[in-house]
Design a protein around this ligand. Structure first.
Ligand SMILES: [Fe+2]
Ligand SMILES: [Fe+2]
Length: 441
């Protein structure tokens, strides 16, 4: 029974006498040290010491003899001359003999060394890394991750990566539809849970701890063990905000130029575009829209008449009231403008504005006859701003109205032409509008 255990034991067992001569050993020891049993039994402990370990051995052997037991880590020399790190527990047994339990520390040491190496590598990467377990709890982030998102490691460990999601409405403010948002995350989870794919790559919007948004190109891979079992997920987010911003700006500049061209043909001045931008920003702020939205509408609202590039001079420049046929032709500038900018994600807002800025709250506008909140907010805001500015300005067929006349007119068409809620904000801001109009010509 004892012998069976002795031979089958997973740890090395050695019995030796007070001279350090080996009296018995088991197969685990032989495997560990590379000797046969016969070879080992012809040796003493001293034969297995690595150079320079004699003194340490003498002390620990003396301690074992005095105390009856001793433990420690030591290096031993294998038959082939290589070193092996071993943990030994030795005890005194009967007849002046000792029994040592030895276990090989090498796998553990290698794992520790590799673990240390992986950790150092993670920390020196410029690429942010985030690792989550299957339940979605964050178990590891690196330095680059902390720098990108402004969180410390402690603040995110155990949390769900969802803390980086700025919410559905933030995506919608950036021009995504609700359906696109749902599709994005559905697609992400389906891909990484699909055993055949196990990975996903795409663009997401993240919120930093300080509240600022970052565009990230994100690669997620499922981590598998050797048996193919999923263990968790590793995410590699890469900050692309700067390139997104530049891309957006250059597109916006291009379309601003076209819009300015359209206004030029219409005998509008640059002042009109600038003022309409400021007015819409004021109204968007009053409406409580997020900062990004307010900045965007200031940029995009001035482009509402971009489609006028495609309207004939004879109609666009007619110094008189248009005939019904001509007016129908003129209405097309909304659809033309929409066609210029549609399908471009960064220009989602301007495409809504170009198409809908002549819709009316009561449904009597064009081109769709949309009513109430079916008209995008950006277009309703632009309508208030554009009408105030148009009323104040002289046109070939009308004189410039005073501020008071313009305010009275806007109050009069509230709830019919214009969103009454926005008109209320306008009335609260009327003196600011007057100042902006006077300042920017
Ligand atoms: Fe227009
Ligand atoms: Fe306008």
């Amino acid at each position: 029974m004892f012998e069976e255990y002795f031979n089958a034991a997973p740890v090395g067992l050695l019995i030796y006498n007070s001279e350090g001569e080996y009296l018995d050993t088991n197969p685990a020891t032989c495997r560990m040290l590379g000797y046969t049993r016969e070879e080992l039994l012809s040796l003493t402990i001293k034969n297995l010491l690595v150079p320079g370990a004699e003194e340490a051995h003498r002390i620990s052997f003396a301690r074992l003899k005095a105390a009856g037991s001793a433990s420690g880590e030591r290096s031993m020399r294998r038959k082939d001359g290589t070193r092996i790190e071993v943990m030994t527990h030795s005890i005194a047994i009967s007849e002046g003999r000792f029994l040592a339990f030895c276990s090989d520390l090498s796998p553990q040491r290698t794992a520790e060394r590799r673990g240390g190496l992986y950790h150092d590598a993670m920390e020196s990467l410029e690429q942010a890394v985030i690792i989550a377990d299957l339940s979605g709890a964050i178990i590891e982030v690196n330095r680059a991750f902390c720098e990108l998102y402004g969180y410390s490691t402690q603040e995110v460990l155990g949390k769900n990566p969802r803390i980086l999601n700025p919410s559905r409405s933030a995506y919608i403010d950036l021009g995504y539809t609700g359906e696109e948002y749902d599709q994005l995350f559905r697609g992400l989870w389906e891909s990484i849970r699909d055993p055949l794919r196990g990975s996903w790559k795409g663009t997401v919007v993240n919120r930093r701890k300080d509240g600022n948004l970052v565009w990230a190109s994100l690669q997620i891979d499922t981590i598998h063990d050797e048996a193919g079992q999923a263990l968790g997920y590793v995410g590699l987010p890469f900050d692309i905000s700067e390139s997104r911003r530049k891309e957006k700006l250059s597109k916006v500049e291009l379309y601003s130029t076209i819009a300015a061209l359209a206004d030029l043909r219409d005998n509008e001045t640059g002042g009109h575009m600038k003022r309409v931008g400021l007015f819409t920003k004021l109204l968007a702020k009053a409406q409580g829209m997020p900062r990004q939205y307010c900045d965007d509408i200031e940029f995009f609202a001035p482009m509402h008449d971009i489609g006028k590039v495609g309207i004939l001079d004879s109609i666009l420049l007619a110094p008189r009231k248009l005939s019904p046929e001509e007016f129908e032709e003129m209405k097309v500038h909304t659809v033309l403008g929409h066609n210029i900018v549609k399908g471009k994600k960064e220009l989602e807002m301007v495409s809504a504005i170009t198409l809908r800025h002549h819709e009316r709250w009561d449904g009597s506008g064009y081109p769709g006859g949309l009513a109430g909140e079916d008209i995008p907010l950006s277009a309703r805001i632009t309508a208030v701003a554009d009408i105030y500015d148009a009323l104040r300005s002289a046109r070939p067929y009308k004189r410039a109205w005073s501020h008071e006349e313009a305010v009275a007119e806007i109050r009069a068409i509230s709830g019919r032409h214009l969103d009454p809620g926005l008109v209320d904000f306008f009335l609260g801001l009327a003196s600011t509008f007057e100042m902006v109009y006077a300042r920017i010509k």
